[in-house]
Design a binder for this molecule. Structure first.
Ligand code: ZN
Length: 278
């Protein structure tokens, strides 16, 4: 929970990039002590926009407020917000909250609905309740015309089943912090979703994920830190922050056999397309 200012190691060529961190939790207490410095480091390492993601009603509110504050203060980078209730937190949801979520999701600078989905690894909320609220929030997002940010941990089959049952989702969506193999990636792509890659791709143990990433076309990939969690190598074990996004981009460039500039151009264009960023 402590957050000390620490210099972010930069890749030499990174400051001229235009990266978008499509998934970070800027409202977490981990960033409170050095928020402005953390954003400055992000900008210095080539990150130009950040999507800050809500996980319950209060954090969705804060996400919207942070995005608004950045817009009003001519912040050094753009911040967008999302609204949604994470599977860990759906046991706190009451029916009335849907009215509040709907209202909040219509606020300026909200670019997606999420993160929502299923988490059978932790099961902090009972699985049937997770499925109920995932399906209900997918319906709400569709009604609002917002793309989905989906959290799927050890629940691949049910996640895809609920998305398929929902029928056409014209605004699309992304599998955030993708953790599956090449076969799952193929299925997700066939459904029209993007695949977002977090720092896990740099971990020694992630050979299966790296194999999947090497097969996903560049025009379907997004980048994210998922900060403050999952800091990539060489920062593994530290608090994660948007400045570390370059290490994920560099790993993808290596896997794809292309340049960091190419990965940046493609993933930034993808993020702008999916989230309709202007
Ligand atoms: Zn997240």
């Amino acid at each position: 929970m402590t957050a000390q200012a620490r210099p972010a190691p930069l890749l030499p060529e990174s400051s001229s990039l235009s990266l978008i961190d499509t998934h970070c939790h800027l409202d977490f207490p981990d960033y409170q002590a050095d928020y402005a410095a953390m954003l400055a480091r992000a900008r210095g390492s080539g990150v130009v926009e950040i999507i800050t993601v809500g996980i319950d009603l209060p954090t969705s509110r804060t996400a919207v407020a942070l995005a608004q504050a950045a817009a009003e203060s001519e912040s050094i980078l753009k911040i967008h917000a999302t609204v949604g209730v994470h599977p860990h937190h759906v046991n706190e949801l009451v029916e009335d909250d849907y009215l509040r979520l709907r209202e909040l999701a219509s606020a300026p600078r909200v670019v997606a609905y999420g993160e929502i989905g299923l988490d059978y690894a932790k099961e902090y909320s009972p699985a049937p309740l997770q499925r109920h609220h995932f399906a209900a929030q997918v319906r709400l997002a569709r009604e609002l015309g917002l793309p989905l940010i989906i959290h799927d941990r050890e629940a691949h089959e049910d996640t895809l089943a609920i998305l398929k049952e929902a029928g056409p989702l014209p605004a699309g969506g992304v599998m955030h912090c993708f953790s599956g193999d090449a076969a799952l990636a193929e299925e997700v792509l066939a459904m029209g979703f993007y695949i977002s890659i977090a720092g896990v791709v740099t971990f020694k143990t992630a050979a299966t994920l790296r194999e999947a990433v090497s097969r996903v076309p560049l025009d379907r990939l997004l980048l994210e830190t998922d900060g403050p969690f999952l800091a990539p190598v060489p920062c593994r074990g530290k608090r994660n922050e948007p400045a570390f996004l370059t290490f994920i981009a560099a790993k993808i460039a290596e896997l794809k056999g292309c340049s960091l500039a190419e990965v940046t151009a493609a993933t930034t264009a993808n993020a702008r397309r999916l989230f309709r960023l202007t």
